[in-house]
Write a protein that binds this ligand. Structure first.
Ligand code: NAD
Ligand code: IPM
Ligand code: MN
Length: 352
């Protein structure tokens, strides 16, 4: 029997609440589909930081390299500045494991109400392909003259030809597998003087290599408006690190809730493990109350199993998850329901 080694990092806040459920659901699916999972749970979090001064040990990334995949909850807690916790754990994993493709599915699922009037599942079904290791998220820059009237912060963005072309290639190849075969580019080449004109040039060059794919592009400002007014226009959207981050919170919001959205940090060359995490964060405002929506973490574990080639197990989890969304009593409050986290999970386990 095949046994996968998976690293689990629940992290902070509701990450600690939803990830254990995702593990149990994956184990149930594994038993039914003839494989096993050997979990190693890492307690790396803001609590660890407050005790040790580090979000993860010096050899943390090395430790993760031996796994088949990584399952992460959320990182960040009000007791530690966000740039310290995120640059101490989540962002280095993405970067050092070369997980340059961040794939975020946005789908209005059956049984979920969109906040947009009159929208049904056919209208909202797209994927944000977010560049995940360069762009606006950069260590280049600095701060000067702190605390003086001449205080200054400089933050550089980095767009390499390799990095830009490979994320666009990923988006085009993904679009080739979908019915609509369309790629939209998120740009801002009117206001951002260097990186975005370069991004547009590379998008034009890559488009020419995929004559079977139709393309269009929008500046990021109007693109966010189109997500709300015309979500049915979109299929695959390719975006820089920051623009993709913003679009992938707005997308789940129009598809019902940030609490349902999955995210896959993929290293397409499989030199290193890929990492799977819900899009949402640690939600300090609801942490500890037992009401977090577990669907984001559960959809995420289905994507992780699919990545490992366990498609039937993934499909079973998605089908069970779908059943929990059909009734108010089995949906959590963010979706207008009355279920607790545990209540929603129990429905999914019963359906499996
Ligand atoms: P957040 O996603 O944690 O919360 C935003 C809002 O959505 C809150 O009102 C929260 O209650 C709600 N929400 C989020 N997930 C939910 C769920 N599963 N069920 C029900 N409601 C849910 O975003 P934030 O408040 O900007 O960030 C909080 C902390 O998490 C910060 O430290 C931030 O840096 C971090 N963060 C981490 C990740 C990650 O690790 N991938 C992602 C985003 C934010
Ligand atoms: C996400 C998060 C992270 C990001 C933060 C916590 C650094 O918002 O995964 O979307 O911006 O990538
Ligand atoms: Mn985000």
């Amino acid at each position: 029997q095949k046994t996968y080694k998976i690293a689990s990092i629940p992290g902070d806040g509701i990450g600690k609440e939803v990830v254990p459920h995702g593990q149990i659901i994956a184990d149930v699916a594994a038993r039914q589909h003839g494989f096993a999972i050997e979990w190693t749970v890492f307690d790396w979090s803001c609590e660890t930081y407050l005790e040790t001064g580090q979000m993860m040990p010096d050899d943390g990334i090395e430790q993760l390299k031996k796994f088949d995949a990584i399952y992460l909850g959320a990182v960040g807690w009000p007791t530690v500045p966000d740039h310290v916790s995120l640059w101490g754990l989540l962002l280095p994993i993405r970067r050092e494991m070369n997980q340059y493709a961040n794939i975020r599915h946005i789908r209005l699922l059956d049984g979920v109400q969109s906040p947009l009037a009159g929208r049904s599942p056919e209208d909202i079904d797209f994927i944000v392909v977010r560049e995940n290791v360069e762009g606006e998220y950069s260590e280049l820059g600095g701060r000067m003259n702190r605390g003086t009237p001449d205080e200054l912060a400089i933050q550089e963005a980095v767009f390499t030809r390799k990095g830009t072309d490979r994320i666009m290639k990923y988006a085009f190849e993904l679009a080739q597998k979908r019915a609509r075969k369309q790629v939209t580019s998120a740009t801002k080449s009117n206001g951002i003087k260097h990186s975005m004109p370069f991004w547009d040039e590379r998008f034009a060059a890559m488009s020419a290599q995929y004559p079977d794919i139709s393309t269009n592009q929008f500046h990021i400002d109007i693109l966010t408006a189109h997500f709300v007014r015309n979500p049915d226009w979109f299929d695959v959207i390719v975006a820089s690190n920051l623009f993709g981050d913003i679009l992938s919170d707005l997308g789940p919001a129009i598809a019902g809730s940030i609490g349902i959205a999955p995210s896959a940090n993929i290293n397409p060359e499989r030199e290193f493990p890929s990492m799977f995490e819900p899009v949402h964060g640690s939600a300090p405002d609801i942490a500890g109350k037992g009401i977090a929506n577990p669907i984001g973490a559960i959809w995420t574990i289905a994507e992780l199993l699919e990545h490992l080639g366990e498609n039937a197990a993934a499909a079973q989890i998605e089908a069970a998850m779908q059943q929990s969304l059909m009734h108010d009593e089995t949906k959590t409050a963010d979706l207008g329901g009355s279920a607790t986290t545990q209540g929603c999970v129990d429905t999914i386990l019963n359906a499996m």
